[in-house]
Design a protein around this ligand. Sequence first.
Ligand SMILES: Nc1ncnc2c1ncn2[C@@H]1O[C@H](COP(=O)(O)OP(=O)(O)OP(=O)(O)O)[C@@H](O)[C@H]1O
Ligand SMILES: [Mg+2]
Length: 284
Amino acid sequence: MATEKDNERSADERSLITTEVTAEATNRSDSRTNSVITTTDLDVYYGDERALDGVDIGIPENRVTAIIGPSGCGKSTFLRCINRMNDQIDSCRVDGTLGFHGKNVYDDDVDPVALRRKIGMVFQKPNPFPKSIYDNVAYGLRVQGLEDDVDLDEEVERALRGAALWDEVNDQLDSSGLDLSGGQQQRLCIARAIAPDPEVILMDEPTSALDPVAASKIEDLIDDLAEEYTVVIVTHNMQQAARISDRTAVFLTGGNLVEYDETATIFENPEHDRVEDYITGKFG
Ligand SMILES: Nc1ncnc2c1ncn2[C@@H]1O[C@H](COP(=O)(O)OP(=O)(O)OP(=O)(O)O)[C@@H](O)[C@H]1O
Ligand SMILES: [Mg+2]
């Protein structure tokens, strides 16, 4: 039976594309219950160099999925594929399919800007704009052309609360986002990412530039975010992946997804020796 959330999602999915979603796409979405993102034989090339090789994965809704693996194995490439940030790299070519609710985001009728409203991103280095705290958060709504449809003050507050930053900044919304501490700046970037009310948040090593206390706050926040959003996080920190994720995908050199399972299984009883060697620090 279709729930209210399913109906909302269908509406969101429709807004993603400029033509109607076909019955076939809708059925595909239903048959992959719970997977909000699914890839089939996904290859990514930069020029002639292959960065991802035949990746098949289904990322569950409202869970935290960690992507781990040694430097250069394609983690950032994979993350950027999901909301088509790789479009901005001229030499980059994607083969295979990447479904968001069963709709291939690389189809010609998908609008990447609308896609990024649904799939937001947070980067390794906090990158607030040289604007006020308020305008940093409102930016996410303005860029999507939503500012006239919503109560901006309310939405800015909602996003800052959602990013666990409101209590620290509510009396200085006009101050520059750049005057915040590194950890606060990263939470501001999370507020900016959640302001347009996405479904998925992609995070590329979001705590690696932060001190342990600030990193721990972001980890707590990720746990809260997963109640409402699907979170995909790249991390080099094994303990972090083990602590915060429900599922873990291990990529190894050559852009291969070698193992993907419940996080406890990956860390306690991985199937592949190479995965065990990687997570126990024997290489990487
Ligand atoms: N813009 C680019 N142009 C050309 N090659 C690229 C580009 N970005 C990444 N690559 C190549 O693709 C491969 C995967 O890179 P990617 O950045 O996805 O790895 P990663 O797993 O995120 O590494 P790290 O842990 O160091 O961040 C590497 O060989 C890299 O050199
Ligand atoms: Mg990377």
